[in-house]
Structures are given as structure tokens and as C-alpha cells.
Write a protein that binds this ligand. Sequence first.
Ligand SMILES: [Zn+2]
Length: 126
Amino acid sequence: MGTFDILVIPQRCEQCRNIVENRYQFKYGTPWQKEFSLGDDVNWEGNPIRWNGRPIPGLIVADAEIEPYPDCKFEYESSVIYIDNGKFIGAGRNSGRFQFGQDDYALPIESYRPLQFEEATQGVSE
Ligand SMILES: [Zn+2]
């Protein structure tokens, strides 16, 4: 995938049901191997790719690849992250919901309603 950034979100693994730190690799803004959490702003410093250096306004979905969780090795076929007005708001599997063109890393979308497993588990006790 070349240079990418990583969105790290604690989520429940669909396979082993453990809460794992899912790591979503994506290209949006200026990818530079940085790690982000929910609520962080997209990095636009330096030399961002495409969009003339500006975020797509509003709600978008960006193509992503999830790093397999090292214990159970569960791996999503393809994943996406969600960004609202330049802030990371979620991530999950794509499951054919979004079609990206060959050179598209992100698309504007109308609405975002997280699937159950996509909801971040930060602060939720077991
Ligand atoms: Zn697992």
C-alpha cells in the first residue's frame, strides 16, 4: 500500500470476541506512518495526496486495510474508515458497501451509522 497512516480503534473482534486494538491503514491527507485515534484531525501538513491539498468537505469514507490481529489472525477482506469534517469518527469492514475507483482513496457519503462491532469500545467495561 506504500506510505500510509494508521487509525487505531479498540473494537470487538468478530471472530474471537476479544476487544482488540484494530489498526486501519489508510491513505488520506498526508500519509506518513502516523497513528491516529477517533476524534483526531486528518493530517494535511506537508504534501497531501490529491484533492488539491484540501479535505473533501462533510462526511466521507476512505479505503483502508486492517492489520490482522496477531492473536486470532482474523482479517477483514477490505475495510474503510469514516471521517466527518476532517475528524476520524469510525472504521469497519467494507463488505461491498462502497466502491472505490482505481485512483480513489475516499468518497463522500450521505450518512454513517456504525455496525455493532464497529462501535469503539473505549471506556466500556467488560
Ligand atoms: Zn480475534
